[in-house]
Design a protein around this ligand. Structure first.
Ligand SMILES: [Zn+2]
Length: 369
């Protein structure tokens, strides 16, 4: 069942909904964790943890082999730092974890066409998995979006619908289309979040079935953070791990509605102007699942951070100098690490969310020859 945390209404998983009729986001509960014995025989995709996602019975995986991304250690300024390379998923970003699970659900409940409104990594991931599932995918984007940003989604089979006017016009258009189609929203849909739990499970396996003391993640809408925390929580409640890692969520200062809320002790985001800096992938001014994200962050015992454009670029240069070619958005996590105390940093794992090859045009402009 879907459950609304606000009005407590429940919906069967067969319903083609993305939020509650009261306007709130929805939750799904995992019925339990995966059996340990199954890990011996299953392949290395995120589907080795399939029981944990809470999908309806009979759901078949739509998989492109996503999962078990490398955990690597690099030495930076004399300090050992560990990185989880979620930039190495099939479409080049962590969004494949959510897209694989959400598109599998969509096929299970008979969706023939879905709509989405991301012109970035989520759009590319939804396009790839929809095509793999034989589902028609339409991506709504503002007319002003550079063609290069949409090329991956378009070539992976999505129909791109360009909407004239401001960004809000594209958001309105996708909501109108959602009346007749399935809105596979990476921002709203709880099954997209469920897929991100796999990152937590993999980390636990890669650390000999234990959890690190802390992780650092880029923080935009907060879906990644929420999914990873839910994964950790499931491992602890199943007795597979002892303690929840502290999560440090890092926003860019040009757009930090969750950081402001965390600092002020508020339950929901603080509205900010929609501004995208160098970390455009996490420029989300009105994150719809903010209440849940903030609750997860607080439960983990970690905190939010807000870093400047200069700090992000400096961190990006350090990653490049280590041979890690990632999107600037990914570098926010390393910029956040630099802000932590030595004690907080100890044993932390940094999540790198998107590949540098996704942002060639932007990187060429950022670092002219
Ligand atoms: Zn509700």
């Amino acid at each position: 069942m879907y459950r609304c945390p606000s009005c407590k209404k429940e919906y069967p998983l067969e319903e083609k909904i993305f939020r509650c009729r009261c306007g709130s986001y929805l939750l799904v509960e995992s019925p339990g964790v995966f059996p340990l014995a199954a890990l011996e025989t299953r392949d290395l995709s995120i589907w080795r943890y399939r029981e944990a996602y809470g999908l309806p019975p009979g759901t078949e995986a739509v998989s492109l082999g996503e999962g078990t991304t490398p955990l690597v250690e690099r030495t930076m300024d004399g300090e050992r730092v560990r990185f989880k390379l979620d930039c190495l998923l099939p479409s080049g970003s962590f969004k494949d974890r959510g897209a694989s699970v959400l598109v599998s659900l969509a096929r299970r409940i008979g969706v023939r066409e879905l709509v989405e409104d991301s012109s970035g990594n989520a759009g590319a991931a939804m396009a790839a998995y929809s095509t793999a599932a034989g589902i028609r995918c339409r991506i709504f984007a503002p007319d002003s979006t550079p063609p290069g940003k949409l090329v991956q989604a378009r070539l992976c089979g999505a129909q791109v619908v360009r909407v004239p006017g401001p960004r809000q016009a594209a958001s309105d258009a996708v909501l109108a289309a959602a009346e007749k189609s399935y809105y596979a929203s990476h921002l709203w849909n709880p099954f997209f979040i469920q897929g991100h739990m796999s990152a937590a499970f993999e980390l636990w396996e890669q650390l000999s079935r234990s959890l690190p003391p802390a992780v650092v993640v880029p923080l935009g809408s907060g879906g990644y953070l929420e999914g990873i925390h839910r994964g950790f929580r499931l491992l602890v409640s199943a007795g597979y791990a002892r303690a929840l890692p502290k999560i440090y969520g890092v926003q860019a200062a040009v757009c930090d509605p969750l950081h402001r809320a965390f600092q002020a002790g508020l339950a929901d985001f603080v509205p900010v102007e929609a501004r995208a800096g160098v970390a455009e992938g996490i420029a989300v001014s009105r994150p719809p699942r903010a209440r849940e994200v903030l609750a997860c962050l607080r439960e983990s015992g970690g905190r939010s951070l807000s870093v400047s454009e200069e700090e992000i670029i400096a961190a990006h240069r350090r990653l490049l100098a280590s041979g890690l070619y990632v999107e600037p958005t990914s570098a926010t996590a390393l910029a956040g690490l630099a802000r932590l105390s030595r004690e907080e940093r100890e044993g932390a794992v940094i999540f790198l969310s998107g590949h540098g090859l996704k942002a060639s045009e932007k990187l060429a402009a950022l670092y002219p020859a």
